[in-house]
Design a binder for this molecule. Structure first.
Ligand code: SF4
Length: 327
């Protein structure tokens, strides 16, 4: 575990297991950290005597709780995400006297973000910048702000409508990026968040990865053009698969049915297709012209063979919305 720059909070977990006299516990880790699961399991077993069950299912977000496992164990520890209001509309799983079974371990990073913020600051063109990050670095935002202030930049950390911390973003929740600023700095890894932020805000995003020290720039106009092309490719489509996720936090039957009815009303064929792990390979077998995604927005990024639109983009195809209204 020492090889990983994250706080696994094992002492707090052990205390909780002992306090609640749990005899079986579950562990759920994000994809990139599954390698450390056995080490954690061993340590928790030796310290508490509880049986430890590791979830082997995919785990991409707080939307993705392994509920089958949650039903079977006294406590489930879900690593890497925070409790998040949209996903708490799900029915909580309860068992016996252990009313609260699910605990989020946020995996705060120990990496210093100051060097990468300093490096990224030379890319800033305006005076005011919005500052956002994932939960792993959210405790470092004040330090990042100070670095930027020293360089003459006014950094704003916006409140999030649905997430636990100011400045926190998820791949499907960017409200903390909506602050009066010229551009946005995202502190974190990967392209998914910066692309989503650029689409959502219409602003240039400077992505600063504190692990690799890489800086990348995401231009909103380029991203919007890509989505416009995706819409244009489906204008002649006659049949659509409406993708639904059965993951508790992504399941949205009302939205999927509403998309289906709208397609029907325009004389198009639409089919509800539900699955847990949604992959391009599993969708390739269906005979439809294009897809509308009502699950995680990350899908559109991951697919390159299939045309996949969001529900809002589909409304442009149906002529119910102007392209310019989406973002
Ligand atoms: S971006 Fe996708 S995986 Fe992440 S929390 Fe949102 S729905 Fe879940």
């Amino acid at each position: 575990m020492n090889d990983y720059p994250y706080e696994f909070e094992l002492e707090r977990i052990k205390e909780r297991i002992k306090e609640s006299a749990a005899t079986t516990i579950g562990l759920q880790l994000p994809e990139g950290l599954k390698r450390v699961a056995t080490e954690i399991a061993l340590e928790l077993y030796h310290a508490t005597g509880a049986e430890v069950i590791i979830s082997g299912h995919s785990c991409y977000g707080a939307c993705d709780i392994d509920e089958k496992l949650e039903r079977e164990v006294d406590l489930l520890f879900h690593f890497g995400h925070t409790e998040t209001f949209p996903f708490y509309k799900r029915e909580p799983v309860v068992k016996g006297k252990n009313k609260r079974k699910l605990f989020f371990i946020e995996l705060r990073s120990s990496v210093d973000v100051k060097p990468v913020v300093e490096k990224a600051a030379v890319e800033i063109t305006g005076a005011r910048i919005g500052l956002v990050t994932t939960v792993q670095h959210v405790h470092r935002l004040e330090e990042a702000k100070k670095v930027l202030a020293r360089m003459g930049k006014d950094a704003l950390v916006g409140k999030s409508r649905g997430l636990k911390y100011a400045g926190q973003v998820l791949g499907c929740e960017f409200s903390s990026a909506r602050v009066p600023c010229d551009e946005i700095m995202f502190v974190g890894s990967g392209t998914f968040h910066p692309v989503g932020i650029a689409l959502y805000t219409g602003k240039r995003v400077i992505a600063a990865d504190p692990f690799s020290m890489q800086i990348s720039i995401v231009e909103a106009e380029e991203q919007r053009k890509k989505r416009y092309l995706a819409i244009a490719r489906t204008l002649d489509a006659k049949s659509f698969g409406i993708i639904m996720s059965t993951k508790s936090g992504q399941f949205n039957l009302d939205k999927a049915i509403s998309v289906c009815r709208k397609a029907d009303a325009k004389g198009l064929n639409a089919f509800l297709i539900a699955m847990d792990d949604i992959t391009e390979v599993s969708l390739l077998g269906f005979k439809v012209d294009a897809y509308v995604n009502t699950a995680c927005p990350r899908l559109a990024e991951d697919f390159d063979k299939l045309s996949v639109l969001s529900a809002e983009e589909f409304e442009v195809v149906l002529g119910e919305r102007d392209w310019g209204d989406i973002f």
